[in-house]
Design a protein around this ligand. Structure first.
Ligand code: ATP
Length: 357
């Protein structure tokens, strides 16, 4: 007898946020936020200070009472207006910048803190397993103040992982570490979370951290998610000038659409999908400007004002005829001296024209 193949039920997302809004004293700081994080994925919520990232995270953790919207963790409804599962029953791990280990408890006791429901033997086994996973076995009897920042961060991770959370929330969790250590600890932490199949939502104001860490980035501006996608997608097709400026410094110009084009000091740009007379913002990445020594051929002119050679990359500042200054990144040879005239050309892959906001 041939039995019918068993239907595989779609695995629910680790986290689903649906139309979440929140106001403090009538001021809306989270505005219709929706997102879904699958198990084993790392999503980054990134945006400038005050855009509503932490409030979103606090709502997910259950530290703030929900006003509008719905939150599900691994398919289970945890919050909607009038209904809330308490934080400790949401199966959520939390790590903040100030990861606050208990100073009077040893490393092993800190990790065991959330495991009081287990019997002694099971608890000891779990602590041993977690300390091995974060490579801190040798420090099990040490007190937090004797550990470096990176070691404390590892213990904090082990403690957050101990109850086997469905969802890990990280709020600027690596910001207190110095640059080299930050990258290393972040990569180790995220590798452990991905391997454990935990859904992770990482909040950061640091776009570079989001680009390096996130499978998906949610760019947040004034309470709203303005774009969600893989880092490469946001780089290639930014939704607005704010997202375009995410990946490093950019050159910006204001202009108006005339005859299907906008005039900038770097040359004219044809625009197809904008209305005649519309005010626009032109964003040009430093790598979107190509320069050659002025040779009398056509093209916009500029004067090379300063340059810095950073090994494989040259950063050059140009003064344009209208007095404005632009930054250029060149990977090729720049055989132009300070004060010399250059001809500039634009690379359409690195320039974006947006309606003025
Ligand atoms: P940062 O990166 O600086 O932490 P953020 O993006 O995480 O910023 P939130 O902490 O979510 O931003 O704050 C969003 C806005 O809500 C801010 O203007 C903040 O001042 C305000 N806010 C946050 N918590 C409260 C509160 N408990 N009462 C009143 N206003 C608050």
């Amino acid at each position: 007898m041939i039995s019918a193949p068993r239907q595989r039920k779609e695995e629910p997302a680790g986290l689903e946020i649906e139309d979440l809004s929140h106001a403090f004293a009538q001021r809306r700081v989270v505005d219709r936020v929706s997102l879904a994080v699958k198990r084993g994925e790392v999503h980054c919520l990134v945006g400038p200070s005050g855009c509503g990232k932490t409030t979103t995270l606090r709502l997910v953790a259950g530290l703030e009472a929900i006003q509008e919207g719905r939150i599900r963790i691994r398919g289970r409804l945890v919050a909607e207006p009038g209904f809330s599962i308490p934080p400790e029953r949401r199966r959520v791990g939390l790590m903040f910048q100030d990861f606050a280990l208990f100073p009077h408890l040893t490393v092993a006791e800190n990790v065991a803190f959330g495991l009081r429901h287990l019997g002694r033997g099971a608890r000891d086994d779990r602590v041993r397993e977690l300390l091995a996973r974060v490579d801190m076995t040798a420090y099990r009897d040490a007190y937090p103040h004797t550990l470096s920042g990176g070691e404390q961060q590892r213990v904090a991770l082990a403690r957050a992982l101990a109850p086997d959370p469905d969802l890990m929330l990280l709020d600027e969790a690596f910001s207190a570490l110095d640059t080299a250590l930050r990258t290393q600890i972040r990569e180790e932490t995220l590798a452990i979370l991905r391997e454990a199949g935990t859904a992770t939502l990482l909040v950061t104001h640091d776009a570079e951290e989001a680009i390096r860490a996130g499978d998906v980035i949610h760019a947040m501006q004034e309470g709203r998610i303005v774009q969600s996608g893989a880092p490469a997608e946001l780089y290639a097709r930014p939704a607005n000038a704010f997202v375009a400026g995410f990946f490093g410094p950019v050159n910006r110009f204001r202009a108006r659409v005339r005859g299907g084009a906008v005039a900038t000091p770097l040359g004219e740009i044809r625009v197809a999908r904008l209305d005649e007379g519309e005010d626009v913002e032109v964003v040009v990445r430093p790598e979107g400007i190509r320069l050659t020594r002025a040779d009398g051929s056509s093209g916009s002119r500029a004067r090379l004002e300063a340059r810095r050679d950073l090994g494989p990359v040259h950063v050059v500042w140009l003064r344009l005829p209208d007095g404005s200054r632009v930054k250029v990144r060149e990977t090729g040879v720049v055989d132009v001296a300070i004060g010399e005239e250059v001809t500039v050309a634009l690379d359409p892959r690195h320039l974006f024209v947006f309606p003025e906001e």
